[in-house]
Design a protein. Structure first.
Length: 391
């Protein structure tokens, strides 16, 4: 997806936001590598070791990761729409978000079924009970870790549809002015985080529990409760792009936001269910958004220069996230019954994933039609040393 800003940003690429978006995807790989060590045995594979540290890390990552990613999708979405027009924006997102969901979703389901069977053969673990259900349930099942693409499609359709109505009824100038005022409010230190957190808070209150942030949708069909939180995040990014110098103001408060995020997260994790549910919900929602604003500010502040290796990882991150789950799970199957320490197992999983995913990206994706499909253009392969002009 495009990482250039028009208008106030002078058409320059916002390297910090590119890096942050890639980091959010790569953090998802870390998240799934931690899942086997959570108590409860609900993940395949279920490792012989349980880890409290892994459980806390998963909880913290869940607070903000997808809210952050969807917010950035809204920011870049308005950027592309303003520069290229609505039709080009929809065509681009259809090609790079909807089509991967349609094409890769069934492959993900098939690969997960293969991992479950491998776990059964290698470790004697029974197949998950849900695999014995009617076939139509599998068709309605969320396509594994690609559920976020489905949510993005829903957000884009809703925002573009409502925008088209408002452009006709209120006019584009007035609509832009409304978005700019909202973006200016969201960029106000303190108050902006609270406003941004309101849809997140509503979602947590409606879902009835605060642990782990917003629940993952369970089907490919629209689910109103999680959609409230993610649509809110998309709109926050959309309006921040319209705001006057919003990124600079958020960047100026990055330390305050990150300190608040750490404090609120610690309160949420260690207080557990002791506070009233409404208090838990407020803490979780505001923590999620202080993490989001703090990381945005920190990345814009410190990653504003073009670094080749950062740009490479940012470019690779989409493919890596799309392809990572079978790699991480299969590696975990062969490690699950070993008595090795958890950190050693994680290092092995991360090493295998890095070699497999980065290698496949560079050799099979980066300078091929797949790279143009997923990334908008072809880029030279580092391993092959190609000098092909990006197209």
């Amino acid at each position: 997806m495009d990482g250039h800003t028009p208008g106030a940003a002078g058409g320059r690429r916002v390297h910090g936001l590119d890096a942050l978006r890639g980091g959010a995807l790569l953090l998802g790989i870390v998240l799934h590598s931690l899942m086997p060590f959570l108590p409860g045995g609900f993940w395949v594979p279920d490792d012989v070791h349980d880890s409290t540290v892994a459980s806390v890390a998963v909880t913290v990552i869940h607070l903000f990761r997808m809210v952050l990613f969807v917010m950035l999708a809204g920011y870049f979405g308005r950027m592309v729409l303003r520069r290229r027009g609505t039709r080009a924006y929809l065509r681009d997102r259809g090609l790079r978000i909807l089509l991967p969901l349609v094409v890769l979703g069934p492959l993900v389901l098939a690969s997960l079924a293969g991992v479950f069977e491998l776990d059964r053969v290698v470790r004697g673990t029974p197949l998950p009970a849900e695999l014995g259900g009617p076939p139509w349930l599998l068709l309605l099942a969320a396509p594994g870790h690609l559920w976020f693409l489905d949510v993005l499609v829903q957000c884009i359709v809703l925002v573009v549809g409502v925008r088209a109505v408002l452009v006709r009824t209120a006019g584009p100038e007035r609509l832009d002015a409304w978005a700019a005022r909202a973006g200016d409010l969201l960029a106000v230190p303190g108050a902006g985080v609270v406003v941004a957190a309101l849809p997140y808070l509503v979602t947590v209150l409606l879902q009835g529990h605060a642990g782990g942030g917003i629940d993952q949708p369970t089907t490919v069909l629209p689910e109103p409760v999680p959609l409230v939180g993610y649509l809110g995040a998309f709109l926050v990014g959309w309006c921040l792009h319209a705001g006057t110098d919003a990124l600079r103001r958020i960047t100026g408060a990055w330390t305050v936001n990150l300190v608040a995020a750490v404090v609120l997260t610690a309160v949420g994790v260690f207080a557990g269910d002791a506070p009233p549910f409404v208090v838990q919900a407020v803490v979780v929602a505001v923590a999620g958004w202080t993490w989001t604003f703090g990381l945005v500010g920190a990345c814009v502040r410190f990653l504003h220069r073009d670094r080749a290796w950062v740009r490479y990882l940012a470019d690779a991150s989409y493919w890596m996230y799309l392809a990572h789950l079978p790699v991480v799970m299969v590696t975990g199957v062969f490690l699950a019954d070993l008595g090795w320490p958890v950190p050693v197992k994680l290092l092995v999983v991360w090493a295998v994933a890095a070699v497999t995913l980065l290698g496949s990206y560079d050799l099979l994706v980066r300078d091929t039609w797949i790279g143009r499909w997923l990334g908008g253009r072809r880029r030279p392969s580092v391993l092959r040393g190609t000098e092909r002009v990006a197209s």
